[in-house]
Write a protein that binds this ligand. Structure first.
Ligand SMILES: [Cu+2]
Length: 398
């Protein structure tokens, strides 16, 4: 039974967002990297102070970054556009999201082709047995009940059959579980995700301390004039963020999570990744993204009043583009030789506790000038807001 529960929990973990609302206009991007199909997002040029702010955000970097951010258009709008049904929930969908990591594909197949048939077969068998007993042995049809209390053959069958079913399920289940938490190889790209009430900040410890702070983008009617708001190019409502994190495709990613205040959880359904972010602890998992694209997730551990408003957006790009993005952010590549082929590089892992100290400063440093909801809220006590939900904070009644 325990195995079944474990396996079912693992299988269900990726589907938590299937019912989340989504607001993608049809045709907003048939091609993931379509450069600004249609009209440019309103306000992106005039009201997007972050667009060209990447060099300024890393003012403490050795030299101003001369590399253009490969993920942005010249007007600062995102180059990669959200594609319906990829890396995000779909309207009325029942199945798990399409998977873009090897573990995810294995888990989805396990869920759809092993667990579901077994569950359906057992449910139908039990339903049939119940119906048979109810009809065949009702008082009218069977006025004198049997006094039989033991039947060795049937007792062996109803003990052995469930054991065999659970054992058969356990074999792929335990293997999958182990693969999800297999330590990343030495050539993995490390990203540290830090949960904050209520936004995510990220660090790339092997790339010169590049850090990114991601706040949810509000809707147009929720921001003051001149401030940046969500467009369909950014992604679906409640899932789009101002600063996406960028990860390379085809390279193992070592994800480390922690938190500054309460327990959060970093989750991307399309990656089959959900990892709690616990204050004072480092959790680790690894995954490899198969395809370039834009993948969305949400905090998945109830963490306070704005728990629903700290989305995650990952932009998966080819390695060369990832390296260019790192340089545009003022970061450094682990080595010149490794820049050409980082998948062969051995990346040393720095001490984890030093990275913690920089997380608090990350928000102000990289987001100067943007309408950050949490910049001030993060420092204030949250108990008052749990009911009031903060003045001027959008989406309070959603
Ligand atoms: Cu959270």
């Amino acid at each position: 039974m325990r195995m079944l529960v474990l396996a079912a929990a693992a299988a269900l973990a990726g589907g938590a967002h299937a019912a989340a609302p989504k607001a993608v206009t049809p045709g907003s991007g048939e091609v993931a990297t379509a450069p600004q199909a249609g009209a440019p997002p309103p306000g992106s040029a005039a009201a997007n102070p972050t667009g060209q702010a990447a060099p300024a955000a890393t003012a403490d970097a050795p030299a101003p970054a001369a590399v253009q951010d490969p993920t942005l258009n010249s007007d600062g709008s995102p180059r990669m556009i959200a594609v319906p049904h990829v890396g995000q929930p779909s309207d009325r969908a029942v199945d798990l999201q399409a998977q873009f990591t090897p573990n995810g594909q294995e888990a989805k197949a396990f869920h759809n082709h092993i667990l579901m048939p077994v569950i359906v077969a057992i449910s139908l068998l039990v339903l049939f047995l119940l119906a048979y007993v109810v009809i065949r042995f009702r008082e009218k049809a069977n006025p004198v009940p049997s006094k039989t209390s033991h039947n060795t053959a049937i007792e062996i069958i109803w003990t052995a059959a469930p054991v065999l079913i659970l054992a058969a399920i356990a074999v792929p289940s335990i293997g999958l579980l182990a693969r999800q938490f297999k330590p990343a190889p030495d050539n993995a790209v490390t990203i540290k995700a830090i949960g904050n009430q209520w936004f995510w900040s990220y660090e790339y410890p092997d790339y010169g301390g590049v850090s990114v702070t991601a706040n949810m983008l509000k809707e147009r009617n929720e921001v003051a004039a001149g401030q940046r708001y969500r467009t369909d190019a950014d992604g679906p409502r409640l899932l789009a963020v101002d600063n996406r994190i960028v990860l390379p495709v085809g390279v193992p990613i070592r994800l480390i999570t922690t938190a500054t205040d309460v327990i959060h959880s970093w989750a991307i359904p399309a990656f089959w990744v959900k990892l709690d972010a616990v204050p004072g602890r480092l959790n680790e998992t690894s995954f490899t993204i198969d395809k370039p694209g834009l993948y969305f997730g949400q905090c998945s551990e109830l963490c306070g009043a704005r728990h629903a408003y700290m989305p995650i957006a990952v932009e998966a790009v080819p390695v060369a583009q990832f390296n260019q993005w790192i340089q545009a952010k003022g970061g450094t590549l682990p080595g010149a030789a490794e820049a050409a082929a980082p998948s062969n590089a051995v990346i040393p892992q720095p001490g984890a506790d030093t990275a913690d100290a920089t997380s608090a400063a990350g928000n102000t440093a990289s987001d100067a000038g943007t309408p950050v909801v949490n910049a001030t809220e993060a420092a204030s006590p949250s108990t008052q807001r749990a009911t009031g939900n903060g003045g001027g904070v959008g989406n309070v009644d959603q």
